[in-house]
Design a protein around this ligand. Structure first.
Ligand code: AMP
Length: 281
């Protein structure tokens, strides 16, 4: 496995792969890898000749006061895990490599970015799209792999790739969960044992929506109410939003249809967690 920190060195390596006709799969992450990330790696490994994994905690997508400084990092462990899953190249650039000062411009996300996560975290998706655009321009992968867990991110990256005519194909992988249903996240390490236990309420409330929908309840307000009452029973969990949305632009629906997405964001202590489930999986 190659460990590369500069854009120039990565390009030299990948240009050679491309010249040899090798197909490049790319998994962008912020590191502190867990099984959710590694399933993206597995999918990339299965369908490409070269697998590139980036590890970069992107300062642009954190607002002042968010957890940029304390975001969990362990690059040595990430390297070991990546190597064991067959990653060919780890790209872990320092901040100055990605953002030499001054930063003149960034990608501006469209209206979908003002909803949900974007409403709670203004500017977050501009930061996400800027780093994803840079990484796609640097790696020029045939396919890039993203997780369903960050549904709004996937929706906006898809829009960017389409609107800016990027060549990369996107592949979205299902959310990987702990055995009790909690969606895996690097941020789960912030949770104290009581908070970790309470955090089950997120996936349970989404599951309740899915089950009620399967049983014929298609009124969105009624579905959300069920989820809200489950979350309300858990005093350590404070929801930011619970919603049922259509998959194209994530607009809330009145009647929940197959393919709609139930979403939740909640704070557990100082940790913000998000999750979603598709009707009907
Ligand atoms: P992050 O390191 O949190 O920026 O995530 C990097 C990629 O892994 C993103 O495409 C995420 O959507 C994806 N991802 C994170 N957690 C999970 C999970 N539990 N299941 C599937 N994909 C995930």
């Amino acid at each position: 496995m190659d460990d590369i920190a500069t854009i120039a060195a990565l390009r030299t390596r990948l240009d050679a792969d491309r010249a040899a006709g090798r197909r490049i799969g790319f998994v962008p992450t912020m590191g502190f890898l867990h099984e959710g990330h590694l399933r993206l790696v597995d999918a990339a490994r299965a369908a490409n000749d070269v697998v590139v994994l980036s590890v970069f905690v992107n300062p642009l997508q954190f607002a002042p006061g968010e957890d940029f400084e304390r975001y969990p990092r362990n690059i040595d462990r990430d390297r070991t895990l990546a190597q064991a899953r067959g990653v060919d190249v780890v790209f872990a650039p320092p901040r100055e490599e990605m953002y030499p000062e001054p930063i003149e411009l960034r990608v501006m996300a469209g209206s979908t970015a003002s909803l949900w996560e974007g409403a709670v975290r203004p500017g977050h998706f501009d930061g996400v799209l800027t780093v994803v655009a840079k990484l796609l321009n640097i790696v020029e992968p045939d396919v890039a792999y993203f997780g369903q867990k960050d549904i709004q991110q996937v929706t906006l990256v898809r829009a960017m790739v389409r609107d800016l005519n990027m060549r990369t194909a996107l592949h979205v992988m299902p959310t990987v969960r702990e055995t009790d249903g909690l969606a895996m996240s690097s941020r789960n390490v912030y949770l104290t044992p009581p908070q970790r236990s309470a955090a089950r309420a997120l996936s349970q409330s989404l599951q309740a929506i899915v089950v009620a929908w399967r049983n014929g309840e298609h009124n969105t307000a009624a579905l959300i109410e069920r989820a809200q009452s489950l979350v309300a029973a858990e005093p350590l969990v404070t929801p930011d939003y619970i919603a049922v949305v259509e998959p194209q632009r994530l607009h809330a629906t009145d009647r929940a249809e197959r393919g709609n997405i139930a979403m939740i964001a909640a704070r557990v202590g100082t940790t913000r967690l998000i999750d979603n489930m598709i009707l009907d999986e």
